[in-house]
Design a binder for this molecule. Sequence first.
Ligand code: SF4
Ligand code: SF4
Length: 151
Amino acid sequence: MAEPFYSAGLQFECTQCHACCRHDPGFVFLGQRDLDRLSRRLGLSREDFVKKYTRWVDSDRGRILSLLEKKNFDCIFWDQGCQVYEDRPIQCSTYPFWKTPMKSEENWRWEGRFCPGIQKGPLHSREEIEQALAAREAQPAITFEEWEARA
Ligand code: SF4
Ligand code: SF4
């Protein structure tokens, strides 16, 4: 099999521009681990957390769980910075090493149009990138059916 384009690693360093947390509509999907950590952090039951901070959005897997946004499209947890940073969702902590940007060099360069940290700063190894991809894969967003079927 051909080596991935990132086999020699990729440069990335977050510039703290916060563009990925604010201003534009988007989704921050939550897996089981995200829901456990965030609800524990806020001292809420999982049910109360889902009611207060999330919405169900359509996807090819059916409706899946995502964080709410404010009216101005900032993430519900944005307030002069991420208010849940240590327990932020895997989707946030693994960016930009997501499946689509990692498909090709072209995709990676395209992602750089949205994130000024791409192609800057330290090199992240292939192993590190693949760990991020695996972490995300291991925690798919919770579906409405799974939520309804919980014990
Ligand atoms: S868009 Fe990129 S550089 Fe800006 S906050 Fe997000 S990860 Fe960091
Ligand atoms: S949870 Fe935190 S890191 Fe993730 S989008 Fe919201 S504010 Fe940004």
